[in-house]
Design a protein around this ligand. Structure first.
Ligand code: FAD
Ligand code: NAP
Ligand code: SF4
Length: 671
């Protein structure tokens, strides 16, 4: 056993350190053309930050198993050298490191994926081919070879990915295993593939080599495994030499959110606790554990022996050390938005983090002392201004940060009120902590004018945006409200509402208006009930029904856009489907291809599919995008001063907090 579980199981806070594992996460650096040094630097930061154990992103045991064509694999001695910098980086800073062996099976983004049976998946257009019995046996050998090569590369062990709907999971579940040979049919046959892999690795790699199995506790798909079947498997794997179970929740094709921001914190830890009661080896809890107090609760109450955090360590590499030192205020919290990590990977880009623009840039972005420290005025304490002030002050500049509002945060103060988005409170708490730096003077409730700024060495305008008012006949009618009227100023809204504009803010406004006022989605029992997850886990796949049981919307809502097609296609790949499913599940009407004709006492007049109709809305809420707020820049130009524009003030189109924070940070590193 590693140092990981050397301490007693019921812990005071200072022993949290030995229980914090950095979970496996594909970063995009696994396939970096310049080798493994960027990934080694990424792991080094997290090891330095106190992670007891790092589990790498998934590495395939053979070519078929790779995430995509030419995806990362460990299949021969030549590839061992690529991995050495990773193991050395972790060990240099006192962490253990395990290679995750991942065979994607029918999820492979390749021309000809392989699987137990030729059953297609809704998330991959390529139909899989069933492996022959000989190929299955060879694949077992490939796993064993991969583990041996990992040992040679200096890894302390391996995590065998047996969940999230990947190959091993495909063998386990009747939904995807229709075989009639020794690897399909009976339960024993469906389990055989996983068992042979674990027995083989233990025999080949010996007793001192850590073997973690990531077990799918809840498949969340129709005809997935049952809880009893999972327990039988767990006992077999324990016999086969597995040292620890990590927990996996939901296949990638499951239509139930498992890691997104609307999932309550630690929502699935109760299921991990049930596994812990049933097995004799340590069990690791995962999913939506983003603050030290959440981790501590899980460990103190004995629900698990360790916690696994992936995205939270992207957001803050020092999370474990801060947790141990009880510096919760200093934690840069993962808000589970997926915007810069998973969504980037789906766009073919490397992962970074919305709240931590340094993530993934360990070899490229460094805070160095400013050659010439300056006195800098920053106007606007939204995410762009805050990120600038934070980094610039740490470089030695003196910052005066103005905001006309009484609180920092800009539009994040509106975002945090949307049902399912309260994690933005943590981002604001983190920035408040960072503003304690002696180099920053904060002036709230102070609208900056050009004359106030003239004496500063440099001026940074982070003044954000103003909502766009579209040219529609009747736009001045009293029925018309802006999203700020609704979300910020809480103007009363009637029983039927048409929302013009279905971007991120249109969707959030619909979500806000559909709920009756309580932030219900963040209550775990209610969340499980609404998404039809069987808390007893007796149903196959722990799924009571394939249709979510969401409450009816609190009012009649039409969410509209001019573009053809269903609204929401431009939302993030990993979360957009949840917003669409949630709103349609509540009965909100989502229409594209709408032409707005006029607004009058009757409501909103529209043309759609060549038909003219009137939506009898009590209110029409405008969410039609935004325009940059640049008046101050013009006033400064008039007195002969130029300013740096960042965030929405620079460009409103396609603005989000990710871009605003990166823009502020990058300017602060240059100035
Ligand atoms: P802002 O946040 O607009 O801040 C500008 C600041 O400047 C304000 O505080 C304002 O008071 C101040 N200011 C302006 N003029 C002056 C002046 N003359 N003197 C003093 N102060 C001044 N983005 C995401 O990435 N993910 C999300 O999930 C998300 N959800 C959202 C939900 C809603 C409902 C809304 C409204 C926005 C959401 N956003 C989200 C967008 C995100 O909040 C914005 O992109 C981001 O806040 C823009 O940052 P900024 O710093 O450029 O401007
Ligand atoms: P947006 O995403 O650009 O959407 C604007 C909407 O208004 C579109 O649906 C657009 O669709 C419509 N529109 C644009 N011009 C119009 C006009 N003249 N008349 C009528 N309709 C018009 O902007 P947003 O919703 O204001 O969001 C602002 C930013 O915040 C976005 O960049 C978004 O990414 C970010 N945000 C992100 C999230 C998130 O969860 N990630 C949440 C909220 C906000 P048509 O042109 O088809 O009508
Ligand atoms: Fe977490 Fe969002 Fe950062 Fe991803 S981008 S690590 S989800 S805060």
């Amino acid at each position: 056993m590693t140092r990981l579980l050397a301490a007693p199981l019921v812990l005071p806070r200072h022993t949290l350190r030995n229980r914090i594992i950095m979970g496996s996460m594909h970063t995009g650096f696994e396939e970096h053309p310049e080798g493994s040094l960027p990934l080694a630097a990424f792991y080094a930061e997290r090891a330095k930050g106190g992670a007891a154990l790092i589990i790498t992103g998934g590495i395939a045991p053979n070519r078929d198993g790779a995430v995509m064509e030419d995806g990362a694999k460990l299949t021969d001695a030549d590839e061992v050298e690529w991995h050495r910098p990773l193991t050395e980086a972790a060990h240099r800073h006192g962490a253990k490191i395990c290679l995750q062996i991942l065979h994607t099976g029918r999820y492979a983004m390749s021309r000809s994926p392989v699987a137990p049976s030729a059953v297609p998946t809704p998330i991959n257009p390529a139909k899989p081919r069933a492996l022959t019995t000989r190929e299955v046996r060879q694949t077992v050998q490939d796993y064993i070879r991969c583990a041996l090569l990992a040992k040679e590369a200096g890894y302390d062990g391996v995590e065998i990915m047996g969940s999230e709907g990947y190959l091993i999971n495909q063998f386990l579940a009747p939904a995807t295993n229709l075989r009639d040979d020794a690897y399909g049919g009976s339960l024993g046959n469906r389990h055989r593939f996983a068992e042979e892999i674990c027995t083989g690795i233990r025999a080949a790699c010996g007793d001192g080599f850590l073997m973690i199995f990531r077990l799918s506790l809840l498949d969340l798909v129709e005809n997935g495994s049952t809880w009893d079947e999972n327990l039988i498997l767990a006992h077999k794997l324990q016999q086969a030499g597995v040292d620890m179970f990590n927990t996996g929740i939901g296949w990638h094709e499951a239509r139930i959110p498992t890691i997104a921001t609307m999932v309550p914190r630690a929502a699935f830890a109760g299921f991990t606790a049930k596994l812990k009661q049933a097995v004799d080896i340590p069990v690791i809890a995962a999913n939506r554990i983003n603050m030290p107090e959440v981790a501590e609760d899980i460990l103190q109450s004995g629900m698990a022996d360790a916690v696994c955090l992936a995205r939270p360590l992207l957001a803050d590499p020092e999370w474990p050390n801060k947790a141990v030192q009880q510096q919760d205020d200093a934690v840069n919290t993962c808000i589970a938005c997926n915007q810069a990590c998973l969504d980037h990977l789906f766009e073919g880009k490397a992962a970074t983090c919305l709240v931590n623009p340094f993530a993934g840039y360990e070899t490229r972005m460094h805070i160095t002392p400013a050659a010439l420290p300056k006195h800098i005025a920053v106007v606007g304490a939204g995410p762009a201004g805050l990120a600038f002030a934070d980094t610039a002050a740490r470089r030695g500049h003196r910052i005066t940060l103005f905001d006309q509002s009484d609180e920092i945060g800009g539009q994040l103060n509106i975002a945090k009120t949307i049902p399912g988005k309260p994690e933005f409170h943590e981002t604001l708490r983190y920035f408040r902590h960072r503003l304690n730096h002696p180099g920053i003077t904060l002036q709230l409730g102070r609208r900056a004018e050009a004359a106030d700024l003239a004496a500063f060495d440099e001026i940074v305008l982070a003044t954000g945006i103003r909502p766009r008012l579209p040219q529609i006949e009747g736009i001045g009618h009293p029925k018309v409200l802006s999203y700020l009227d609704v979300l910020r100023d809480r103007r009363p809204v009637g029983g039927s509402v048409a929302i013009i504009g279905a971007g991120g803010i249109g969707f959030d406004t619909a979500e806000f208006l559909a709920h009756s006022g309580t932030d219900s989605a963040l209550d775990t029992p209610l969340f499980l009930r609404q998404w039809q997850i069987d808390p007893t886990m007796q149903a196959r796949g722990a799924l009571k029904s394939d249709r979510a049981a969401l409450p009816a919307a609190a009012r009649r809502i039409w969410l509209l856009q001019r573009k053809p097609g269903t609204p929401g296609r431009q939302l993030g790949k990993t979360t957009g489907w949840i917003h669409r499913l949630s709103l349609t599940g509540m009965g909100v009407t989502l229409w594209g291809g709408v032409e707005y004709l006029k607004i009058d006492d009757g409501g909103l007049h529209i043309r759609r599919d060549d038909e003219v109709s009137v939506l009898p809305a009590d209110h029409i809420v405008i969410c039609a995008g935004q325009e940059p707020q640049q008046e101050l820049a013009a006033a400064l130009a008039a007195i002969g001063r130029t300013a740096h524009l960042i965030g929405g003030a620079e460009k409103a189109a396609e603005l989000d907090a990710k871009r605003a924070i990166r823009a502020g940070t990058e300017l602060a590193l240059r100035i």
